[in-house]
Unconditional design. Sequence first.
Length: 172
Amino acid sequence: MSEQKRVSNITIEGAKLIFRNFSGKVTEFNKNGNMSFSVVLDDELAKQLEADGWNVKYRKPREDDPDQYRQPFLPVKIKFGMYPPTVVIITSRGKKRLDENTIGQLDWVRIQNADVQIRPFTYPAMQGRPEGISAYLKTLYVTIIEDPLDTKYADIPDIDVMPGQIELPFDT
């Protein structure tokens, strides 16, 4: 990779997202509170990405089943800077673009489908670390599984009420 070859974006339709931390919550695995998630890879794509220098990881087998298949995945970083990612949530009522303040909603939604485009960031070898490629979110469209009651009552307009005030539309 030292000849600085051009690495293309990766598009994965129907992606399975794991280790979701869109809100950037500090955890034992995320000490700095960075926004991130991972995408499960099939074996063929994992081998191709590894050969190109991407930072492919493998889930460790469970202790109770050491022969378990080691699923490959790609950690993806999320940065809202000069060129923020496009993140869109899709429901039966339409689509809505999320931003740095609202993307955290994706930590808890049930996902029906996710289509993701990942852009590479090639980093040089330094301080004993070999050169490689980090994955950054470029575009994400997520269709969520909606609650049946939310869908049933979605067309009923909200009542504008002042905080702490309950206003019923009928006499009691």
